[in-house]
Design a protein around this ligand. Structure first.
Ligand code: UGA
Ligand code: MN
Length: 253
């Protein structure tokens, strides 16, 4: 099967660095198709040239988040859901452009700031319905993970909101492509904090009993929910205040 990774991304100082790290990982994954969806009114030159240069098989899309749904720089990151419309755009592209009767596929939602072990892609490739595994640093713990008994998922190891139906981060599961065709209206929604993953999985008709535990019965961490610190650029202003020119905006960072 082909692995289709859907990645929402948005313009910010570290965007190119994040996408470079991802591209460097994904080039080592066989039979891989990167669906990158920019949270922007138009596709950007920065992202197109990065994709072109990567040698990856890719699709570049865009879908802007309406202004009122966007986080402000002063907002805590959890205040509003992120990446919702972009992931849905990726799903509708798959439904329109891939024939699930002819193509075996596995869909993974790969946010642009996480770190992915190559082993993870070997694990998810055999997904029959939905596979699951631990995620490092999720839920304000060293890791969150599914609890596995005799090869079946029976619950969730978590502290944060244990009442979640699927107490799992976006990075902790993959879905067989067919499921999106069997449930043609299933998509993400701007639900309460922490409920986005559960909302999608329940709209795909998934139950606990369907889940396929990977990564040695969920004992190995193969993906990390890292978050990149915004770089401190305060000296840009100070240069200008001192009557000097700032860094050259023709130099892409
Ligand atoms: C956590 C989860 O890991 C995300 O999958 C989930 O979307 C998010 O919470 C949420 O509740 O909305 P977190 O690290 O807090 O993730 O979120 P980000 O990594 O900042 O954003 C998730 C994805 O959306 C990233 O790929 C990011 O590039 C993208 N994004 C973020 C946008 O496309 N637009 C934005 O304005 C912000
Ligand atoms: Mn993130």
């Amino acid at each position: 099967p082909t692995i289709y990774a859907i990645t929402p991304t948005y313009a910010r100082p570290v965007q190119k660095a994040e996408l470079t790290r991802l591209a460097n990982t994904f080039v080592s994954v066989p039979n891989f198709h990167w669906i990158i969806v920019e949270d922007a009114a138009e596709r950007s030159e920065l992202v197109s040239s990065l994709l072109e240069k990567s040698g990856l098989k890719y699709t570049q899309l865009n879908e802007p988040t309406p202004r009122e749904d966007k986080l402000k720089p002063s907002d805590p990151n959890w205040l509003k859901p992120r990446g919702v419309l972009q992931r849905n755009k990726g799903l509708s592209w798959l439904r329109k452009n891939v024939d699930a009767n002819r193509t075996d596929g596995v869909v993974y939602f790969a946010d642009d700031d996480n770190v992915y072990d190559l082993e993870l892609f070997k694990e998810m490739r055999s997904t029959k319905k939905v596979s699951v595994w631990p995620v490092g640093f999720a839920g304000y713990l060293r890791y969150e993970r599914p609890i596995v008994k005799r090869g079946k998922v029976v619950g969730w190891f978590t502290y944060w909101k244990p009442e979640r139906q699927f107490a799992i981060d976006m990075a902790g599961f993959a879905v067989n492509l067919k499921l999106f065709f069997d449930h043609p209206w299933a998509e993400f929604s701007r639900v309460n904090r922490g409920q986005m993953e559960s909302y999608l999985l329940s709209s795909l008709g998934v139950t606990l009993n369907d889940l396929e535990p990977k990564a040695d019965d969920c004992t190995k961490v193969l993906v990390w929910h890292t978050r990149t610190e915004a770089p401190n650029l305060t000296n840009e202003k100070k240069l200008k205040a001192a009557g000097k020119s700032g860094t050259d905006l023709n130099v892409e960072v």
